[in-house]
Design a protein around this ligand. Structure first.
Ligand code: NAP
Length: 463
């Protein structure tokens, strides 16, 4: 039996890495196995990178080591951002991934030209265009989420036609280059046009649609990497890029469904404009507020409570206090569940991660479609820092920008209590009629402090 060659070992490692990627995606599907999914994904990536370093085509390591040092210097601090900043961090990592795919494609073009086959040129062209537009699009998305750039959609008349023409120009340049790869100036023009298109693609999209856009950009970055795999003849890159591209696409579809939006509506709808008129109307209405003692009294006397966490719980880092509240109420025999909206917070799975961190049992976390039927039999719906995902206007007001977005039907519970600091709007920037209902009690304060006070009151009244 002949000894195993280096190439065979590399191929074997790639197969192992691909299996790891598939398992990672599978395990990331449930909070119970998500951590395992992250670890296997990291191991698989490391295996793929190390195997590639043994490739005979890698002749010296100087540049690899320099790139590793720079990458780690940027990546380690990026990995330590606050949970609430993860969406923009994710947008930045897509930007870097797409930029590296585009740069490698550009290098391949300049190394190969003019002896590039038509097929190769088409691959490189598509890969560089997708990588470049994803790079600038992701930077704009990160800027909007970090609020460095305005979150509202920036639009002008005839925008869609102009944007589509720019995309058409990029594709036309690829077509010319396929037949004339020696026109290096056209290649440079193609890169610039694609970079501009990325900016034009994301600028008109409002902040409320950014999560879907990020997941779509993730998908583009994946497909760009897959195309790069064809250019470099790297099977592992083709598979990993395709998995990334397909999973990002599926996530975008799920998020569009959760918001009852179509892709075209997200990309061309300019959703998320701040409403001015609704606020005016609201000034004349009044709300009822309550103290922690009153809230504790009502909660302690309830037999069924559904807690609805949202972005405010994440900002306040109130999840551990929420756990204490869950314990205190459960001890009194109250049936407590958590209602999870698919886009609550600022990233998919945001609430699941926070509640899991506080060790709240997974079986108490119930998805929107499964829990909505339970609100009418619920004594108290306790909304903690959630706003848009509970807004009944999405169900009832056809003129509302979020009309049609599925919401948690908290207004159907017997009593609604809402913990938030004031009358501030949520991410979509719109008024919430829930707060003005007779059955609603506003509990004004920071989520962590207010929940803490309720827990103390419950403990006091118990003892
Ligand atoms: P939301 O609509 O953004 O509302 C959060 C509320 O929390 C605000 O109205 C704010 O009111 C309150 N708040 C902020 N800090 C607080 C604190 N320290 N203590 C107590 N309350 C606090 O949140 P949501 O209901 O979770 O909805 C999510 C929104 O974000 C949706 O529009 C969704 O489309 C969008 N989005 C989702 C994702 C995702 O993937 N999950 C990503 C990006 C955007 P006060 O200022 O009055 O306190």
């Amino acid at each position: 039996m002949s000894a195993v060659s280096v190439q065979q070992l590399i191929d074997f490692s790639y197969i192992a890495a691909v299996i790891g990627f598939i398992l990672a995606l599978k395990w990331l599907n449930s909070p119970v196995s998500a951590m395992r999914g992250v670890v296997i994904g990291e191991i698989a990536s490391a295996v793929a990178v190390v195997a590639t370093l043994f490739d005979p085509q890698v002749v010296h390591y100087k540049w690899v080591i320099i790139a590793l040092i720079i990458g780690a210097a940027v990546g380690v601090p990026l990995g330590m951002v606050k949970m609430t900043a993860v969406p923009q961090r994710t947008a930045l990592s897509h930007a870097f991934g797409a930029m590296s795919a585009a740069l490698i494609g550009i290098a391949e073009y300049y190394v190969g030209t003019p002896h590039i086959s038509k097929f190769e040129m088409a691959e490189i062209g598509l890969e560089v265009v997708i990588g470049s537009l994803t790079f600038t699009g992701s930077i704009i998305a990160a800027g909007k989420l970090q609020e460095i750039l305005p979150q509202r959609p920036i639009t002008y008349r005839g925008q869609n036609i102009v944007s589509l023409s720019v995309l058409g120009a990029a594709l036309a340049l690829i077509a010319v280059l396929v037949f004339h790869p020696e026109y290096t100036h056209l290649f440079a023009a193609m890169v610039v046009v694609a970079l501009i298109f990325g900016i034009m693609l994301v600028t008109p999209i409002g902040g409320a649609d950014m999560p879907t856009v990020i997941s779509l950009l993730n998908s583009y970055a994946g497909f760009s990497a897959a195309l790069l795999g064809f250019v470099l003849n790297s099977k592992v890159l083709v598979v990993a890029g395709s998995l990334d591209g397909a999973s990002g696409f599926i996530l975008s579809v799920i998020m569009c469904k959760a918001m009852n939006r179509s892709f075209t509506n997200v990309l061309f709808g300019a959703f998320g404009q701040v409403q001015v008129s609704a606020g005016k109307e609201a000034e004349e209405r009044t709300v009822r507020s309550a103290s922690p003692e009153e809230a504790a009294g009502i909660l302690g006397a309830a037999s069924k409570v559904i807690i609805v966490p949202g972005y405010g719980m994440a900002v306040a880092q109130a999840q551990h206090k929420v756990r204490e509240l869950y314990d205190a109420l459960s001890k009194r025999g109250v049936d407590v569940k958590f209602a999870i909206h698919p886009v609550a917070g600022r990233m998919p799975g945001h609430m699941n991660v926070l509640l899991a961190e506080a060790d709240i049992p997974y079986d108490k976390l119930v998805e929107m479609d499964d829990i909505n039927g339970e609100f009418p039999q619920t004594d108290v719906a306790l909304v903690i820092g959630a706003n848009d995902v509970t807004n009944p206007a999405a169900r009832e007001d056809q003129s509302s920008p979020i009309y049609g977005m599925p919401i948690l039907d908290v207004d159907r519970a017997r009593t609604v209590m809402v913990i938030k600091r004031g009358m501030g709007a949520g991410f979509a920037g719109i008024e919430n009629p829930l707060y003005y209902l007779d059955k609603t009690l506003m509990l004004f304060g920071d989520a962590k402090n207010f929940v803490g006070s309720i827990v103390r009151e419950l403990a006091g009244s118990h003892g």
